[in-house]
Ligand binder design. Sequence first.
Ligand code: CA
Length: 220
Amino acid sequence: MRILIAEDEQVLAQQIKTVLKAEGRVVDMAHDGSEAEFLGSTEPYDLIILDIGLPIRDGLTVLKTWRATGIDTPVLILTARDGWSDRVDGLDAGADDYLTKPFHMAELSARIRAMIRRKTGQSNPVFSKDDISFDTRNNQVTVAGIPKSLTAQESAVLSYLFHNCNRLVSRSELSDHIYQYDGDRDSNTIAVFVNRLRKKLGDDLIQTVRGRGYVIKAIA
Ligand code: CA
């Protein structure tokens, strides 16, 4: 899952980035409203964290521009403690959730998980297919109750396919959601990650639709 952090306070932005990366998210950063508006309009993020008080263009203006141009990416706004009117305006402008600074990283993480589940139409934080289960709260995968260890990329591929289960996902869509903006992209490596996942989790979990992509057929 790929997330844009639009926050001009460097220390806070880095803290958020560190936490999200540790949770297996792919993260891009924007340090002002203009950069945020561009990235949010051109890259297919799964979620955007948007500070309302951004330089050059404020967060509320950026959010309104996205919504007016049909960008429906889930947006969580960050507001100042006394910014109740920003929260009202933000929600009315199309924000999906908000957090007031300062906040606990654990709350940010939980809100992000919930927003991503809502976006993909899932309500259960644990996905399962046959004897395989994937817990989105800690990225833990088990096969018949036995934990399996995955690399960050394998986990990112599995998470995206499970969140979008019963839908065909192309290799290019997968690369869009597991690599950051300036990351080296090679859609051939997606096939490598899928093969490694099959070795660890069995052949039946991820189905290949020849020439089109992959699907996990699961009860969601
Ligand atoms: Ca700010």
